[in-house]
Design a protein around this ligand. Structure first.
Ligand SMILES: Cc1cc2nc3c(=O)[nH]c(=O)nc-3n(C[C@H](O)[C@H](O)[C@H](O)COP(=O)(O)O)c2cc1C
Length: 177
């Protein structure tokens, strides 16, 4: 198989975006109806036809930014695995898994750990991305490598949350890498 057809095939493989994203009040954007990470997940769907699966905390974080920060920090410090509304039972139908999340206190929000740790990653291709306001990928790549044992993990992408509305071309370039 040529290098070209390898590259093409990543985009053509059956894929899903597993992501966390929060509407309501947030840093740098005020009150929003749709979270930054969800906007990126929808770009990926438009570009690749991927399915989307949003991880929702069973008890949502506070709609107020500061309270949400406190809740998320306590959860992280206690290394919790908070209950989630719906669990994706498996990823058997998918070859490429996009993992998307806002950086919360330097890494993925804890509800993503709840979901990702339940899946069998053997033989999967993983592409991961964060939205953030300064931390980039933080330490999330280490966490993803630890969780997604047996997967081939491709380079991650980070986007400023407040820039997602003008970042579709960046997302497309990363997908095609
Ligand atoms: C609880 C909480 C913790 C956050 N921690 C960080 C952080 O450590 N570093 C950072 O750059 N941004 C941090 N942010 C900003 C978010 O990562 C950023 O706004 C992101 O785009 C939000 O995505 P969403 O709208 O999809 O939820 C935090 C936001 C919240 C609500």
């Amino acid at each position: 198989m040529s290098l070209f057809s390898n590259k093409e095939s990543v985009k053509e493989k059956k894929s899903i975006v597993i992501y966390f994203s929060r509407a309501d009040e947030n840093y740098a954007v005020g009150y929003v109806d749709k979270g930054n990470t969800e906007i990126v997940a929808e770009y990926i769907r438009e570009i690749t036809g991927a399915d989307l699966f949003r991880v929702d905390r069973a008890v949502p974080y506070s709609s107020e930014y500061k309270k949400c920060c406190d809740e998320a920090l306590a959860e992280k410090n206690n290394n919790e695995r908070p209950a989630i509304l719906k669990t994706l039972p498996n990823i058997d139908d998918y070859e490429v898994i996009y993992i998307g999340y806002p950086i919360y206190w330097g890494t993925l929000p804890m509800p993503m750990f709840t979901q990702l740790e339940k899946l069998n990653w053997q033989g999967k291709i993983v592409k991961f991305f964060s939205t953030h306001e300064g931390s980039g990928l933080g330490s999330s790549e280490n966490d993803i490598r630890r969780i997604c044992q047996g997967a081939k993990i491709l380079p991650g992408m980070e986007i400023r949350g407040s820039m997602v509305k003008t970042s579709k071309a960046k997302v497309e370039n990363w997908i095609n890498q």
